[in-house]
Structure formats: C-alpha cells, structure tokens
Design a protein around this ligand. Structure first.
Ligand SMILES: Cc1cc2nc3c(=O)[nH]c(=O)nc-3n(C[C@H](O)[C@H](O)[C@H](O)COP(=O)(O)OP(=O)(O)OC[C@H]3O[C@@H](n4cnc5c(N)ncnc54)[C@H](O)[C@@H]3O)c2cc1C
Length: 223
C-alpha cells in the first residue's frame, strides 16, 4: 500500500488488491470534510467517479497520476463513495420485544479507515466474544455478561481508537520527528509498523513527547 499525504487536503492510498477479474489497484482518496476532495456527493455514475478521482490525482498527486493514465474500472460498478464520523456505541441494544442484542465489530466501534484497522479489529472482536462465550458455560447470557464481553474487546479496541483518532489530526512536532527518524533508523520503522498489529505499544513511545524523545535517544545511542 502506498499512502500519499496531501497536507490540509487528505490522502491518497493506492492499494494492491485481487478481484474476481484478477490483479488490480484501489485508488482510495480520503478527504477532509469541506475540503477540495469533498466533491463526490451526488456522483452516481462510476465512469464520472473515476474521471473525478483521476482529476484530483493530477492536481494533488501528479506522481501517482502519471502511473494511472491507462486505468480502467475492474467492473462497471467498481466505485464507492461515502462518509461517516468515527463512533463508539453502547454495545447492548434493547429490542422492542424485550430481547437484548450485543453488537459486534463495526456496529460497536467504527474507526476512520486511515490506519487500516477495521478488519483485524472485527476478527479480534469475534475472538474476544468467542472466548467470553466459551468461558461463561451454561450461565445466562444476560446484559452484565454482554457488557463484560464488550469490555474484553475494548481492551484491544481502545488503543486502536485512540491511535486512529490521533492520526486524523495534524501530527505534532514529536510525531514528525519520530516518522522522520523511522526513515533513517530501521528499529524505529519496525516499531511503528508493528504498532499496526498492536497499537497499545504507541502508548510507550508515540503519544507523549517526552517518551518519544527518550525512545529516539535510546535508539540513537544503540541502547
Ligand atoms: C472506505 C473504507 C476503507 C477501509 N479500509 C480498510 C483497510 O484498509 N483495512 C481494514 O482492516 N479495514 C478497512 N476498512 C474497515 C473494514 O472494512 C471494516 O471495519 C470491516 O469490514 C468491519 O467488519 P464487520 O463484520 O463489522 O462489518 P461488515 O464487513 O460491514 O459486514 C456487515 C455485513 O452485514 C450485512 N448486513 C447489514 N445489514 C443486514 C441485514 N439487515 N441483514 C443481513 N445482512 C446485513 C452487510 O451487507 C455486510 O455484508 C475500511 C472501511 C471503509 C469504509
């Protein structure tokens, strides 16, 4: 995946993918609401959608546009546009008939796609709920149990949410330093990449400027 950040505008991800028709690349713009990329509302025709995508690439990421002049859609319906606000919901729903439902994955925690966490988080949610079901045995699966099952998932979902929301904001100085250093020093690049698997580690070196500079100093000195 290649990510092109356009400050103040948004970012273009180019994602290799496999479709039923073969190998393809997803051209994926994420735009700041109200900004220059926020122009897809009302665009229903896929070829118009593709043309607009390319126009924005030519304007903001000409190096990617240069690679994409011969693109065509994988199929006639191969486009998607949408918007949503990142949301964490009450995990337990009360049905009109009195029954209870426990939400899973995106239904309860929907983050911005910027960090690419949703699918693995959905799997981690399913794994947490499965363990909670198996451990509970024959006891009733009541509201208290549902909340405890969600709390178990939230242990992994909370760091994902905190980090994803942080990545939506303009990066503070210490984060720019970390990312710059990651371009030079492999251990920092590895640690940042491994954070995609376990964002809880960002607590130790990413959010807090003092922890970030202590970490940078320890890598630079070979400690
Ligand atoms: C633009 C975009 C880019 C993303 N990029 C990434 C990425 O790079 N990496 C990543 O990990 N995640 C990414 N995600 C997030 C990821 O797609 C979701 O987090 C993940 O699919 C959530 O899984 P889920 O099972 O909760 O929901 P879904 O995958 O949405 O599955 C829910 C299913 O329920 C069906 N359904 C809904 N209502 C009913 C009904 N009444 N009856 C029967 N069926 C119903 C739907 O049709 C759907 O198939 C992205 C999301 C978006 C929107």
């Amino acid at each position: 995946v290649r990510c092109n950040i356009v400050p103040g505008v948004g970012e273009l991800f180019v994602m290799p993918t496999l479709t039923t028709g073969g190998r393809a690349d997803i051209l994926f713009w994420e735009g700041i609401p109200g900004g220059p990329l926020d122009v897809f509302r009302g665009v229903k025709d896929p070829s118009e959608h593709l043309a607009l995508t390319l126009e924005l690439m030519e304007r903001f990421t000409p190096w990617e546009y240069a690679r994409a002049t011969k693109v065509e859609l994988t199929d006639a319906g191969g486009t998607l546009a949408g918007r949503y606000a990142p949301t964490v919901r009450n995990p337990v729903g009360h049905l009109p008939g009195g029954g209870l439902v426990l939400g899973v994955a995106d239904v309860v925690v929907a983050n911005d796609p910027i960090t690419g966490q949703g699918s693995n988080s959905a799997s981690k949610c399913a794994a947490a709920y499965l363990a909670a079901i198996v451990e509970h045995g024959d006891r009733p699966f009541d509201e208290a149990w549902m909340r405890s099952a969600f709390d178990r998932y939230w242990k992994t979902a909370e760091p994902v949410t905190k980090w994803t929301n942080a990545m939506l904001a303009p990066p503070p100085e210490h984060v720019l330093q970390l990312l710059g250093a990651a371009g030079e020093l492999q251990p920092i690049a590895d640690r940042f990449a491994n954070g995609f698997d376990d964002p809880a580690d960002f607590e130790n070196f990413f959010f807090d400027p003092e922890k970030a500079s202590a970490y940078l100093a320890s890598v630079a000195s070979g400690a």
